[in-house]
Design a binder for this molecule. Structure first.
Ligand SMILES: [Mg+2]
Length: 179
């Protein structure tokens, strides 16, 4: 019996880089919460770091990403009750460790400064970036659930790899949400 369902964000809950919910998202999450499952979100958001490194304005800022997360919660209020894990690291971005940590702190600040305050943990830890399993372990720790009692739902190979490395079951978003 699974007790924790961890969900990727882009391409799983919403259309990538938007707050537009994909079909069945709201309904299915409400159902899971009613059935007593813990839910968590685990999302790679290194665009912030790419912006700092390249200066290119098509990447998000902490403010614009926070705005997108809040618009997503407005579209699916259920998501406000659950923990968000956000990774800002990317090995392809050549920033010093401190600069990644500043990006993480800036996003944390933006998220805390906007209502409703999300239960979000942001990290620059390389082990948090999927396909590394750090965010999945952090979610299990938060809810005191063994990895064997958790399921990860995502749309990418890196999601499946993170689950595999963590020793956790994985399900494709299209299957999980019956799309
Ligand atoms: Mg995805």
């Amino acid at each position: 019996m699974k007790r924790l369902v961890i969900l990727d964000l882009d391409g799983t809950l919403v259309e990538t880089y938007s707050s537009h919910l994909l079909p069945n998202t709201a309904h299915r999450l409400k159902e899971l919460a009613q059935e007593g499952y813990h839910l968590a979100i685990a999302t790679n958001q290194a665009g912030l770091s790419w912006r700092v490194w390249t200066g290119k304005t098509h990447y998000p800022t902490p403010a614009s990403l926070s705005e997108r997360f809040h618009a997503t919660v407005a579209a699916c209020p259920e998501l406000q009750n659950h923990a968000w894990f956000v990774s800002v690291y990317d090995p392809r971005v050549k920033l010093v460790e401190n600069a990644f940590q500043e990006v993480a702190a800036a996003l944390t600040g933006a998220l805390q400064g906007t209502l409703p305050v999300l239960k979000a943990q942001v990290s620059a830890d390389p082990l948090w970036r999927k396909p590394q399993p750090g965010m999945l372990f952090a979610a299990c720790r938060l809810y005191t659930v063994p990895v064997t009692a958790a399921l990860f739902v995502g749309d990418m190979k890196s999601d499946a790899e993170a689950a595999y490395t963590a020793g956790m079951d994985f399900m494709q978003a299209e299957v999980f949400f019956a799309r």
